[in-house]
Design a protein around this ligand. Structure first.
Ligand SMILES: *Cc1c(COP(=O)(O)O)cnc(C)c1O
Length: 421
């Protein structure tokens, strides 16, 4: 419930931990078969990706990020247990978590266009040949984005020979627009927020039968692509000899915008680990869209504007006022909770990640770093007790969702602004 007390905290832009009262093991709200299909599609498309994406050349074309040790960060933040970073800022080509969902949807579209033109569906790598590329050149992918989804869709579309049109919100940074234009994608700028950009893209695609709209608010292809992360993280943990069980639970902290990426990942992790994994979303104090939607219930859409916030944050990737209803539905009974983070905290984490880990992230990508702290506070400790979670015996995964493509001078600006005058 959006209680008067919760509303008051949100309105004052005070950071908070919201624990999901409805969490219960139940039937999945998304079809697990779609996740298996996505995993197989990535597998089959490896050869195509290795032929068309420079950073994947010579390999098997697997789109994945490393799982790295974050012990120096744990020490700096006085946390407990084992800390790891799931380094999606190192995702190939896109430099963000959006490679998971976005690449999957572009590959699914390539497959569909080719099948309709008579491809036998056997050898994905053959789609890199000139005949198929010139067919793809007659088609267009369209997307609305705060930035990173546009980059993911735009860059892979161009790499495969498709045209791409990216509708950007006013929060989107200049360097992201430039990068896309340099790669031959069309960028359409809007004076409105993320939802305005998405709506504009949706309309443009409706009028063009050779266009496919990637719908960040509703797409099952995106969601399934993100969910493949569950199996992938499970194999990385097992390769590092890390046990996940009720005695050694997995706590995962995910930066959240519209909810699709962290929602898909949570769904995938729940499929693998069930009650041994607990996922928490991190949202900016100005844009707690999933928090307000889950707290208010799913009967009707509720936005952060409705509670008096203005959705202005340094975390441009998380500047979303209205959560995805698809993601909210899937999270209602499986998400542990949501915590909020201030812009100042994001700057601090950004600097820590660079100093202690040598990793360059973007502000949005650090939002999850606040998670372990919240579980050590009163409400978090009570939750741990009720759920039999020992923070000391747990593995904490901070999902670092982006920053891989950030130019030097942009990064320097973020870090510098935090220095005392
Ligand atoms: C998009 C994005 C997220 C969150 O994904 P949603 O699907 O919008 O919830 C988190 N971090 C970064 C860097 C992103 O670009």
């Amino acid at each position: 419930m959006l209680t008067p007390q919760l509303l008051d905290t949100l309105k004052r832009r005070e950071t908070t931990l919201w624990i999901n009262p409805l969490r219960s093991p139940s039937r999945p709200a998304f079809d697990p078969a779609l996740v298996e299909q996505a995993a197989r599609r990535f597998q089959r498309a490896g050869g195509l990706l290795a032929r068309t994406v420079r950073s994947l050349a010579g390999g098997d074309g697997l789109v994945e990020s490393p799982l790295i040790d974050a012990e120096p960060l744990r020490q700096a933040l006085a946390g407990e247990g084992r800390w790891l970073i799931k380094a999606d800022h190192r995702m190939p080509l896109a430099g963000s978590v959006k490679a998971r969902g976005g690449f999957h949807e572009v590959l699914a579209y390539a497959e569909r266009v080719a099948l309709e033109a008579g491809w036998d569906g056997e050898d994905f790598a053959s789609l890199a040949e000139p005949g198929w590329r010139s067919l793809f050149d007659e088609h267009r992918l369209i997307v609305g984005s705060t930035g990173n989804l546009g980059i993911s869709i735009g860059l892979l579309s161009r790499a495969l020979g498709f045209n791409a049109q990216v509708h950007m919100s006013r929060d989107a940074s200049e360097w992201k627009k430039k990068l896309l234009r340099d790669e031959g994608a069309e960028v359409v700028e809007h004076d409105g927020d993320y939802a305005v950009a998405v709506q504009a893209g949706r309309r443009e695609a409706e009028a063009d039968e050779h266009a496919h709209f990637v719908d960040d608010e509703r797409s099952e292809l995106l969601f399934a692509g993100y969910a493949v992360a569950g199996e992938r993280l499970a194999s990385q943990l097992s390769a590092q000899g890390i046990e996940v069980s009720s005695k050694h639970p997995l706590l995962v902290y995910l930066p959240c915008g519209v909810g699709g990426a962290p929602g898909g990942i949570t769904f995938g992790l729940k499929q693998v680990f069930g009650e041994s994994v607990h996922c928490w979303f991190a949202e900016p104090v100005e844009s707690p869209s999933v928090l307000v939607q889950l707290a208010a219930g799913l009967d009707s859409p509720v936005s952060v504007y409705d509670v008096g916030l203005d959705n202005q944050t340094l975390a441009d990737g998380l500047a979303v006022a209205q959560a995805s209803m698809l993601a909210s539905r899937c999270m209602l009974d499986s998400l542990a909770g949501v915590f909020t983070v201030s812009d100042e905290a994001l700057r601090g984490y950004l600097r820590l990640a660079q100093e202690r880990l040598g990793e360059r992230l973007e502000p949005s990508a650090t939002a999850g770093f606040a998670g372990p702290h919240w579980l050590g506070e009163a409400a978090g400790r009570a939750w741990c007790e009720a759920n039999g979670v020992d923070l000391h015996a747990a593995t904490h995964v901070l999902w670092s969702t982006g920053g891989g493509l950030v130019p030097d001078e942009v990064f320097a600006g973020w870090v510098k602004a935090e220095e005392p005058e």
